[in-house]
Structure formats: structure tokens, C-alpha cells
Write a protein that binds this ligand. Structure first.
Ligand SMILES: NC(=O)c1ccc[n+]([C@@H]2O[C@H](COP(=O)([O-])OP(=O)(O)OC[C@H]3O[C@@H](n4cnc5c(N)ncnc54)[C@H](OP(=O)(O)O)[C@@H]3O)[C@@H](O)[C@H]2O)c1
Length: 275
């Protein structure tokens, strides 16, 4: 990656997270160019990261062998289509993180034969602890997949999925997932307040528990059921709580929630696809 030039189109939240991650991993600022329409955002990019930025996306992609599309989904077509002659000439790897924008649309904007990879990251990428699902069609070469993987690893863990439709499940799981854990932490906070704990103490304990459980799960062997069993002694407090969750059909609620998110992801993708 160190000798490749990276262009990021859209220097907002995700663009900035990727730049920060790439710099932390040893990419030099002069090897990153950002296409960004907002003058204030461009100023912040050079002040914070020392990277070059320009309002001219064609100039941003000109030196690049890797391009990340990090504008809002509804802007992706308007940003990529005018770059098509340049992309067809240089054939860089194009990585789109634009939620819901299908490969067929991306490929039609970029031009036939330009390798395109879709990535679905999540918000914890902003602190380098993201989870990204990646998909590329069979036509994308191994070396290009590897580049896409390394770029997205700059902001956290990366998992390849087997089919483009799987990205809707990724969206439902890890894309929306941080909100599920925040909701549970909110409910735990309120529950503890209702049981008499001071609000600030309840909030801090809930957040520290969310953080600690996440760290523990991440550092272990991935066996979530065993980790849960380790904090669930027979006849103990955790068992009493888990039984109450089961009685309220938490399993069914979670399954229905994921399905609703996946369905919504497909509906939104169909809307974008119609543009
Ligand atoms: N944030 C997340 O948690 C998350 C998670 C998964 C995927 N994503 C995807 O990541 C992408 C970026 O999201 P974000 O949260 O980083 O959005 P964002 O903060 O709004 O960043 C987008 C940036 O692109 C700029 N821009 C707009 N039009 C442009 C153009 N024609 N050329 C160059 N730059 C342009 C915007 O400037 P203005 O503000 O002036 O318009 C803004 O600075 C989206 O497609 C989203 O679906 C985000």
C-alpha cells in the first residue's frame, strides 16, 4: 500500500476516519489526495492530516491507483460518472462505501473493466474499531481485493461476504448494530435508575460494561455462548436475568429486528438503484 496513491472522494466522517487509519498504518500524507466539495472541510483535512485536497475530483483521482468513494449515497453517481474517461484510462481499484449503491450502478458509472469493490463499514470506524463487510465480483483480481481489504482494515476488522445481497445482512448486523448495543445500554441504565441507582452512576456503569464486554468478546476465541456461560452461574443473578429475557422472547425480537433492518436496506437500495 505504501507506494500506491490513494484518492478519497468525500472527506467527511468516513473519509476522515479512513485517512486517519491509513496514516496510522504508515501511508505518507503525500500519497493521499482528497476530493472534497466543502472549503471548510478541505482546510480541516490539510490542518489535521497534512493531505492534499481539492474541489476537483478529476484532479484528485488523477495520480491514484486506489479510489474510495466516501460521499453520501445519493451523490455517488454524480461524482463517479464524470470521472469515467479517467477511470477507463487508468483502471484504478474503486472501493465504494456508499450504503446501498449496487455494483451494477457503480460499474455503469465507472465503465466496463474498472475493478469495483463494495464495502459496508460501520460507525465505530471513527475510532478505528469498525467492522466492514466487503464484496467483489469474481472479475476483481486477487491483488485488487487485497488492496481493498488493506484500506478498510485501517479502520477495523474486515470480513468478505460471498454474495452482494449479503451486504444487506451486514448492514442489518454490524452497520446498524452499534445502535442495538446503545439501546440495550440505555435500557439497562434506565432499569438501574428505576431500581434506585443514581443516574450518573447507572450511565457510567452501563457504558463501562458495554466497553468491557466488547473488549472481552474481541480478545477471546469467539465462542460467545461459552463466554456467556462463564458469567452465568447456576442459580445466580445472571441466570435469573437471562431467564427473564428468554421468557420475553428476546431471541424472537432480535431475529425480527434484523429481518426488518435487512428488508429496509433492500428497499433503500432499490430506491437508489432507480436513480
Ligand atoms: N457514517 C457512517 O457511520 C457510515 C457507515 C457506513 C457507510 N457509510 C457511508 O459512507 C459514506 C460517507 O458517509 P459520511 O458519514 O462520511 O458522510 P459525510 O460526513 O456527509 O461526508 C461526505 C463528504 O462528501 C462531501 N461531498 C459532497 N459532495 C461531494 C462531491 N461532489 N465531491 C466531493 N465531495 C463531496 C461532503 O461535503 P458537504 O458536507 O459540503 O456536502 C462531505 O464532506 C456514505 O455513502 C455512507 O453511506 C457511512
Amino acid at each position: 500500500m505504501s507506494n500506491k496513491h490513494l484518492a478519497i472522494l468525500g472527506g467527511g466522517n468516513m473519509g476522515r476516519a479512513l485517512i486517519g487509519g491509513m496514516l496510522r498504518r504508515g501511508t505518507r500524507p503525500e500519497h493521499i489526495t482528497v476530493g472534497e466539495s466543502s472549503p471548510a472541510a478541505r482546510e480541516a483535512l490539510s490542518a489535521d492530516f497534512g493531505v492534499q485536497s481539492t474541489a476537483d475530483n478529476a484532479a484528485a483521482v488523477e495520480p491514484a491507483s486506489v479510489i474510495v468513494v466516501a460521499v453520501k449515497p445519493q451523490m455517488a453517481g454524480a461524482v463517479l460518472a464524470p470521472l469515467r474517461p479517467a477511470l477507463l484510462r487508468a483502471r484504478p481499484v474503486v472501493i465504494s462505501i456508499a450504503a446501498g449503491i449496487r455494483l451494477a450502478a457503480l460499474e455503469s458509472w465507472c465503465g466496463a473493466g474498472v475493478p469495483v469493490v463494495r464495502a459496508m463499514p460501520n460507525r465505530p470506524a471513527l475510532v478505528g474499531a469498525g467492522a466492514t463487510g466487503l464484496f467483489a465480483p469474481a472479475s476483481v483480481a486477487a491483488e485488487h481485493r487485497e488492496v481493498a481489504e488493506r484500506v478498510m482494515q485501517a479502520v477495523g476488522e474486515v470480513i468478505w461476504v460471498a454474495a452482494e445481497d449479503d451486504l444487506d445482512v451486514v448492514t442489518a448486523l454490524s452497520g446498524s448494530g452499534p445502535a442495538y448495543f446503545f439501546l440495550l445500554a440505555e435500557l439497562l441504565t434506565q432499569g438501574a435508575i428505576d431500581l434506585g441507582l443514581a443516574p450518573e452512576a447507572a450511565r457510567r456503569l452501563a457504558i463501562a460494561t458495554l466497553h468491557g464486554a466488547g473488549q472481552l468478546a474481541h480478545s477471546g476465541d469467539g465462542d460467545l455462548a461459552r463466554m456467556r456461560a462463564e458469567v452465568t452461574s447456576k442459580g445466580g443473578t445472571t441466570e435469573a436475568a437471562v431467564k427473564a429475557f428468554e421468557a420475553a422472547d428476546l431471541r424472537g425480537s432480535v431475529a425480527r429486528a434484523l429481518e426488518a433492518a435487512m428488508r429496509r436496506s433492500r428497499e433503500l437500495a432499490a430506491q437508489f438503484g432507480a436513480q
